[in-house]
Design a protein around this ligand. Structure first.
Ligand code: NAD
Ligand code: UGA
Length: 470
C-alpha cells in the first residue's frame, strides 16, 4: 500500500513518542518524522551527541536513533514550525491522573491533550490526520474534534484546513518497547474516515502484517486500550493475592503459576507474583476506568476494578511489614540494602515503582537504606522518595534515611537485610560467599520477585524470604 503522507509530526518526546517515532523512521525511510516537545531538556537529550545521554533507556533504542537522527528523524521544541509541515500528527503527550478539581485522584488530566489539539488547530495549514497515541478516556476524540473544528481554527486562516481524528493506542511495554513496536501482537486503529484509516494502515504495512491491523470505531479503540491495561493489571493482582495464600499454606507460587498458566485458556503470561505492579499507566488507567464507570452509574463495575488497585497497595504494604516482622519486629537504625528502584527491569522509569512505597515504609520505621539500581541515578531516587539523603553531620540512629550505592557489593556492607525489588539480570549472578562476609548476621534476603537462585546462599546460612513461598 502506498501512502501520500510524507511528513509526520509527533507531539510528545516521552517514553512513547521517542521510541515509536524511532521505529517508524527506521521502517519508513521515505517519510520525515518530527518529534516535538515543549520540554527543552528532553529535546536536548534526544539531540545529544553522546547517545548514552538519550532521555530514555530502552534496549535497541540508541542504535535506531543513531541510524535515523538527522536523516528522517528530528527532535525539536518548535511545535509551531512542524505542525504546518505535517500531513499526519500523533498526539503522544502525558495523561496523568488529575490531582485537583473535579475527578481528582481518578480522572485523567487532559490538559496536555487539549493544549495539543489547540496547537494543531492553530498551526495546521491543510488537511491533517490527527492520531490519538496517548491513552485516553473513551470519547476523547469528540473533544479533540470539537476543538479542531471550532470556527476559530478552521475559518480565520486564509488557507483551507480540515481534520480527521483517529485513535491508534500504543501497547508497547517499557524495557521491550523496540521489540514490541517492531513485532506488535496487533495494531489497533479506530476511526470513521476510511481514507484516513487507510493512510495509517499503509504506514504500518511497511513492517506489520495486514492481519494484525484491527480496524474499529473510535470509541471501541479508546476503550480497548483501557480495558487491555486493566486486564493485565488484574492478572497481577490475582496472582499476588494467591502469593499471600501460598506463604500461609506451604504452596509454592511458581508451581501454582505454572500449573494454572499451562491451561491454554488462561495462558502463562503476566502470572509472576511480585511487589505489585508499578509504571505510569496501570494504576492511572484503572482509576480512569473507575471514573468513567462511576460517571455512567455503573457502581458495581467501578467497585470491581477498584479491588485490583487495593490488592496492589496491600501487596506492597505486606512486603514492608514482612521485612520488619522478620528482623525481630524493629528495623530502627538497621541498614537495609535495596536492589532495584525502577518499576521493572530494562528501564530507567521509576514512575509508580513499588520501590517507592516500600522504601518509604522502611524509612518511616527508622531503617537506613543503601539503594542500588543499574539505571536509576540518585537525583531520580531523591525526586521519587522526597526523603533527605542521609546527612551524616546531623544524623541520629533510627532517624531513617537513605544513601545511594554506586556499586552492587557496597550496598551489602553491614546490612541486616538485602531486599530485591526489580528483576535486573545482574542480580542473578551475585557472589553470595562474598556477600556473606559483608553483611551483619543474622543476614536476611528478601526476594520479592522470586528470581534469585538462592541454594548457595541457603547453604551459607542466609535467612531467606521469597514472595509466594515464604
Ligand atoms: P511522558 O511523560 O514520558 O511524555 C509525554 C511528553 O509530552 C512529555 O515530554 C511532555 O513534555 C510532552 N508534552 C505534553 N504536552 C505537550 C504539548 N502540548 N506540546 C509539546 N509537548 C508536550 O509520557 P509517556 O510515558 O510517553 O506516555 C504518553 C502517553 O502514552 C500517555 O497517555 C500514556 O498513558 C500512554 N502510554 C504510555 C506507555 C508507556 O510505556 N510509557 C505505553 C503505552 C501508552
Ligand atoms: C504496560 C502494558 O504491558 C503495555 O501493554 C501498555 O502499553 C503499557 O502498560 C502502558 O499503557 O503504559 P509497562 O507498564 O511498560 O506496560 O510494563 P509491564 O511489563 O506491563 O509491567 C507493569 C508492571 O507489572 C511492572 O511493575 C511489572 O514488574 C509488573 N508485573 C508484570 C508483575 O508484577 N508481574 C507480571 O507477571 C508482569
Amino acid at each position: 500500500m502506498i501512502t501520500k503522507v510524507k511528513h509526520i509530526c509527533c507531539i510528545g518526546a516521552g517514553y512513547v513518542g521517542g521510541p515509536t517515532m524511532a521505529v517508524f523512521a527506521d521502517r519508513c525511510p521515505d517519510i520525515q518524522f518530527y518529534v516535538v516537545d515543549h520540554n527543552k531538556d528532553r529535546v536536548d537529550g534526544w539531540n545529544s551527541e553522546d547517545l548514552s545521554k538519550l532521555p530514555i533507556y530502552e534496549p535497541g533504542l540508541k542504535e535506531l536513533v543513531e541510524k535515523c537522527r538527522g536523516k528522517n528523524l528530528h527532535f525539536s521544541t518548535e511545535v509551531e514550525n512542524y505542525i504546518p509541515l505535517s500531513d499526519m500528527i500523533f498526539i503522544s503527550v502525558n495523561t496523568p491522573t488529575k490531582n485537583k478539581g473535579i475527578g481528582a485522584g481518578l480522572a485523567s488530566d487532559l490538559k496536555w491533550i487539549e493544549m495539543s489539539a489547540r496547537q494543531i488547530a492553530k498551526y495546521a495549514r491543510s488537511h491533517t490526520i490527527v492520531v490519538e497515541k496517548s491513552t485516553l478516556p473513551v470519547r476523547t476524540a469528540e473533544l479533540i474534534n470539537t476543538i479542531l473544528q471550532s470556527n476559530d481554527s478552521v475559518n480565520k486562516n486564509s488557507n483551507y484546513k480540515s481534520f480527521t481524528v483517529l485513535s491508534n493506542p500504543e501497547f508497547l511495554s517499557e524495557g521491550s518497547a523496540i521489540n514490541d513496536l517492531l513485532n506488535p501482537d496487533r495494531v489497533l486503529i479506530g476511526g470513521n474516515d476510511e481514507k484516513s484509516i487507510n493512510e495509517l494502515v499503509a504506514i504500518y504495512s511497511n513492517w506489520v502484517k495486514k492481519e494484525k491491523i484491527l480496524k474499529t470505531n473510535l470509541w471501541s479503540s479508546e476503550l480497548s486500550k483501557l480495558t487491555a491495561n486493566a486486564f493485565l493489571a488484574q492478572r497481577i493482582s490475582s496472582i499476588n493475592s494467591i502469593s499471600g495464600l501460598c506463604e500461609s499454606t506451604g504452596a509454592d507460587i511458581k508451581e501454582v503459576s505454572l500449573a494454572v498458566g499451562t491451561d491454554s485458556r488462561i495462558g502463562d503470561k503476566f502470572l509472576n507474583a511480585g511487589p505489585g505492579f508499578g509504571g505510569s499507566c496501570f494504576k492511572k488507567d484503572i482509576l480512569n476506568l473507575i471514573y468513567i464507570c462511576e460517571y455512567y452509574g455503573l457502581h458495581e463495575v467501578a467497585a470491581y476494578w477498584r479491588v485490583v488497585i487495593d490488592l496492589n497497595t496491600w501487596q506492597q504494604k505486606r512486603i514492608s511489614n514482612k521485612i520488619v516482622e522478620k528482623l525481630f519486629g524493629t528495623i530502627s537504625g538497621k541498614k537495609i540494602a535495596i536492589f532495584g528502584f525502577s518499576f521493572k527491569a530494562n528501564t530507567n522509569d521509576t514512575r509508580e515503582s513499588p520501590a517507592i512505597n516500600i522504601c518509604k515504609d522502611l524509612m518511616e520505621e527508622g531503617a537506613e537504606l543503601q539503594i542500588y539500581d543499574p539505571r536509576v541515578n540518585s537525583e531520580q531516587i531523591q525526586k521519587e522518595l522526597d526523603y533527605p539523603i542521609k546527612d551524616l553531620d546531623n544524623y541520629y540512629l533510627g532517624a531513617g534515611g537513605w544513601i545511594y550505592s554506586e556499586n552492587i557489593y557496597n550496598s551489602f556492607i553491614d546490612a541486616d537485610a538485602a531486599v530485591f525489588l526489580t528483576e535486573w539480570e545482574e542480580f542473578r549472578n551475585i557472589n553470595w560467599k562474598r556477600v556473606s562476609e559483608l553483611m551483619r548476621k543474622p543476614s536476611w534476603i528478601f526476594d520479592t520477585r522470586f528470581i534469585l537462585d538462592l541454594n548457595e546462599a541457603k547453604d551459607l546460612g542466609f535467612n531467606i524470604w521469597r514472595v509466594g513461598l515464604g
